[in-house]
Design a protein. Sequence first.
Length: 89
Amino acid sequence: MEPGETDADAVVRELAEETGLVVEPGPLVGRVVRGPFDIADYRCTVVGGTLRAGDDAADVRWVDAAGYAALPLVDGLTETLGAWGVLPR
């Protein structure tokens, strides 16, 4: 987050920068702390933009459950997203 930004402002800015998508942030789905980072995840609605990888990503794509299962993920991510009820179907 940038100084003075709200969570909603940061979500909109970061998703535009990293994915090319324009979103409307919705409710908080969960929060996790990983090292020095306090990560808040929000349910968002895509309202515009074109999906593309940002400057720190090699790839970006929509995935279903089978595609998600094939991704290399950090430890604990699937369990956390499952507990929050936000895994792809």
